[in-house]
Design a protein around this ligand. Structure first.
Ligand SMILES: [Zn+2]
Length: 73
């Protein structure tokens, strides 16, 4: 038995195993949630990449920066 979910586009009940909504043709596999997750993952990778580039370019001393935060007097 397949799971019935509301279409993210028209909210009509559709089978989760269906490739697209039978009413409006909206693709089911690519839901709003998976799009959001993809965006979050991409942003995370981009931020990590920027951090690495920033550290490389500025020769930023990460250990002493962390120490300066922890032992700030
Ligand atoms: Zn639909």
């Amino acid at each position: 038995m397949s799971v019935i979910v509301p279409c993210p586009c028209c909210n009509k009940p559709i089978s989760r195993s269906a490739a697209s909504c039978i009413t409006c043709g909206h693709p089911v596999k690519e839901t709003l949630d998976s799009r959001f997750n993809k965006k979050v993952t991409l942003i995370g990778i981009a931020l990590l990449f920027l951090l690495i580039v920033f550290v490389k370019i500025t020769n930023f001393d990460v250990p002493s920066f962390i120490k300066s935060i922890i032992f700030k007097n």
